[in-house]
Design a binder for this molecule. Structure first.
Ligand SMILES: Cc1ncc(COP(=O)(O)O)c(C=O)c1O
Length: 340
């Protein structure tokens, strides 16, 4: 599905039109995958658009950049303001937000230090359920992937880096070509890790279990939200190493993530999970999650950032107009060569 363009994209502190947000083909990121990014949802609520866990996502973005020595020139507050301004400018009621920090046009070797660090943020309308139309209600059929997650001390899994998603693509393509919706990856020791773009939870004896970070999982914001909601709902929840066979024995299994939200898994490797549909604990967690994100349940943890469509500081007073040389382009790189 082709993305539906919005009006503006944020780049290094200014807004430019969607079509003008372009990179040169020899930018470092194109050859070497040197980009960190986030996926964030803005939900429609009765009080207008509201972004789910905006600061936590932007903090993870900054953490990812820090690991790769790509610290952006923008503070946490500035990145959060850019997201709310972007939604206001594009007049979105609900959308997906994609901030990116990447190595741009400069040197062409592996050494990234002579390439400018560019920050971008785009948003677009996204109404298609990530794992299929009925996935959230009926559950999905998945497999255990033949591809493992990256070994510890190879590609850092706590950093959400573009390069990690080459591994995710192998997992997802293999699953889809074999007739499954998604694949579950094991880590290099054979323990359950996560989906190609989701964290995973199991329910055993009424308790909710998810693999810990040492099993090469992304520290998902939704994963953290699920653990928190379990506490709120008095459902026992633990982080625990999960052997593969536990997947087949669990009463319930579900994926969670910004894209997948809370999606039940109804079969794994053609073995039915529990009764083969959405389990009761999964349902309780879904009700809480969708209640909070839609604004119908109270947001006791302050997870929603409401975007004031017709108020707040006028955007023009805070936002630069893009002109001339971006501040972080190193000497020697022709102005405009990186941005066309
Ligand atoms: C590999 C991977 N694991 C887990 C997640 C879930 O993370 P979050 O809940 O922060 O979206 C994602 C999605 O970003 C992901 O790509």
């Amino acid at each position: 599905m082709t993305v539906k363009k919005t009006d503006k994209i944020w780049h290094n502190g200014a807004f430019k039109s969607w079509d003008d947000a372009q990179l040169h083909v020899v930018s470092h990121v194109v050859s070497y995958g040197s980009s960190v990014f986030e996926g964030i949802r803005c939900y429609h609520t009765t009080e207008g658009p509201a972004i789910f866990r905006l600061r936590d996502h932007m903090q993870r973005l900054r953490n990812s950049a820090h690991v790769y020595r790509m610290d952006p020139e923008f503070s946490l507050d500035e990145l959060c303001d850019a997201a709310t301004d972007l939604i206001r400018l594009n007049r979105m009621d609900s959308c997906y937000i994609r901030p990116m920090i990447l190595r741009g046009y400069g040197d062409v070797g592996v050494n990234p230090f002579n390439c400018p660090i560019e920050s971008y943020m785009a948003c677009w309308e996204w109404n298609n359920p990530y794992l299929g139309e009925e996935a959230v209600h009926a559950g999905v059929d998945v497999c255990v992937s033949s591809w493992a997650r990256s070994a510890p001390n190879t590609l850092p899994q706590m950093a959400k880096c573009a390069a990690n998603y080459m591994n995710s693509q192998l997992i997802r393509m293999e699953a889809m070509l074999n007739g499954y919706v998604e694949g579950i990856a094991l880590d290099v020791s054979g323990h359950v890790s996560e989906g190609s773009g989701e964290n995973i939870f199991l329910v055993m004896d009424g308790a909710v279990i998810t693999p810990p970070l040492e099993n090469c999982v992304l520290p998902g914001i939704t994963r953290h939200s699920v653990l928190t909601m379990c506490r709120d709902l008095d459902i026992p929840a633990v982080e625990q190493v999960v052997p593969r066979e536990m997947l087949y024995l669990a009463e319930e299994v579900f994926f969670c993530g910004t894209a997948a939200e809370i999606t039940p898994i109804r079969s794994i490797d053609k073995i039915r999970v529990g009764k083969g549909g959405r389990g009761t604990i999964t349902r309780r967690i879904q009700d809480e999650f969708f209640g909070i994100t839609s604004g119908t349940k109270s947001d006791t943890h302050g997870w929603l950032t409401h975007v004031r469509v017709d108020g707040g500081v006028p955007i023009d007073e805070r936002v630069k107009v893009m002109s001339g040389k971006p501040a972080n382009v190193p000497a020697g790189v022709p102005v405009g060569a990186d941005i066309r």
